[in-house]
Ligand binder design. Structure first.
Ligand code: FFO
Ligand code: ATP
Length: 180
């Protein structure tokens, strides 16, 4: 299957998940992430939508711990980041994803957590095909880049292009890939 066929297949699979399945699996993934992460301060997360692995509870948890949380902002079809301050201080973007109101110039994080439609056993990811994350990750320093995935989103091998960025770790509700 090529990338577009894979995108369609994995969008369909994800859209068929029940809310309960999303919440249960997301909780396992987030708990695993929290139990393994080091003493980090700056997190670039994503604000989950459309049955992606839920990050809302993770955002609340890290905020209580006074961590710095950043989220993507799309502007003129480019990927920027903003700092998360409060759930009431967010805008909805063209895709219906909530984002902070103010863009910031930050290009160094401790941890970057990325969503995706599919992932493979070598830690490559397949996104929506706009190249936002691939281009953004090229320009950003981080100690670790983690993909959050449901186990059914992991395939043996994805088609890979030169510009595709490899993740350090993928966490699913059943296993952890990478990290050696
Ligand atoms: N939560 C979250 N935030 C994110 C991303 C993401 O993947 N997830 N992005 C990563 O790039 C950027 C937004 N990029 C996007 C690019 C394309 C589509 C899109 O084509 N959506 C389709 C299908 C949605 C679905 O079926 O799940 C659509 O709107 O029809 C959405 C977001 C920045 N913020
Ligand atoms: N570093 C880059 N520089 C220039 N163009 C890029 C870069 N990375 C990706 N692109 C372009 O972005 C488009 C989408 O790339 P690709 O199909 O790999 O996206 P994806 O990894 O599935 O999704 P995304 O990165 O949006 O989550 C391609 O047309 C590609 O040429």
């Amino acid at each position: 299957m090529n990338k577009n066929e894979l995108r369609k297949r994995f969008k369909d699979l994800r859209s068929n998940m029940s809310d309960l399945e999303v919440r249960k699996k997301s909780k396992v993934i987030v708990d695993k992430f929290l139990s393994m992460h080091g003493n980090y301060e700056k997190y670039l997360l994503y604000y989950s939508f459309n049955n992606e692995v839920r990050t809302i509870e993770l955002i609340s948890h890290l905020r209580k711990e006074k961590k710095k949380i950043y989220l993507p902002i799309l502007h003129d079809d480019e990927f920027y980041v903003g700092e998360f301050t409060d759930f009431s201080e967010m805008n909805e973007n063209v895709y219906g994803i909530f984002e902070p109101t103010e863009k910031l110039n930050v290009c160094e994080f401790d941890v970057v957590v990325v969503p995706g439609l599919a992932f493979d056993e070598e830690c490559y990811r397949l996104g929506f095909g706009k190249g936002y994350y691939d281009r953004f990750l090229k320009s950003v320093k981080r100690k670790i880049c983690v993909g959050f995935a449901y186990d059914f989103q992991v395939v043996k091998k994805l088609p890979v292009d030169n510009h595709d960025e490899k993740l350090d770790l993928i966490i699913t509700e059943k296993r952890i890939l990478g990290g050696e």
